[in-house]
Design a protein around this ligand. Sequence first.
Ligand SMILES: [Zn+2]
Length: 217
Amino acid sequence: MRVLIMCDMEGVSGIVVWDQVNGGAPMYEEGRRLYTEEINAAVRGAKAAGATEIVVVDCHGAGKDWNFNSLVPELLDGACEWVSHHAWGRYTEMFETGCDVALMVAMHAMAGTPDGVLCHTISTTTWRNLYINETVVGEFGINCALCGHFGVPIALITGDEAVCREGRALLGENLRAVAVKRGLTRSSAPARTPGRTAGPGPGVGLPGGFPAAAPSG
Ligand SMILES: [Zn+2]
């Protein structure tokens, strides 16, 4: 089983402000460690479910040379390979060579979501709404369209409660959704501790046997 993990940084438990996700900011170093360990939980979950190949794609634009390059390589689980520095939404190699399932880890809600922690769509300043056909979508929906184009099912979404709700509204209630925090505002949230979201063990809510939901887009 070949598993693709698409990940973003804003949906990580404990990340609630921009300085945790912007390269060069003092709090960024803490953010990228939290990010990497949460990705490791998904890698362990995929491994426990029988994955033979796991590719992690960093989809977070942290600015400058940190763009799509926020994971801490030496902390990453050795069971995965990771793609860094590749422009967002444009990594298709694994889709083209055969991918069995995709996991969406640490997603954030679309722009304008009242309880969406660090919610935005593509850019915080230049995009308000994005539509695919008649459906307004966020970045998760765009990822779904990409997966759907190649016929790859999405088995998991993690992030705050808002993006889990958004994911299920798009793909259906069978989508396994794991909320690691609950937005009070766009920049505050009660959250599960890293010990619960990122290990040890296969990760909270990431057991073997993913119930896959087919993307609609
Ligand atoms: Zn991001």
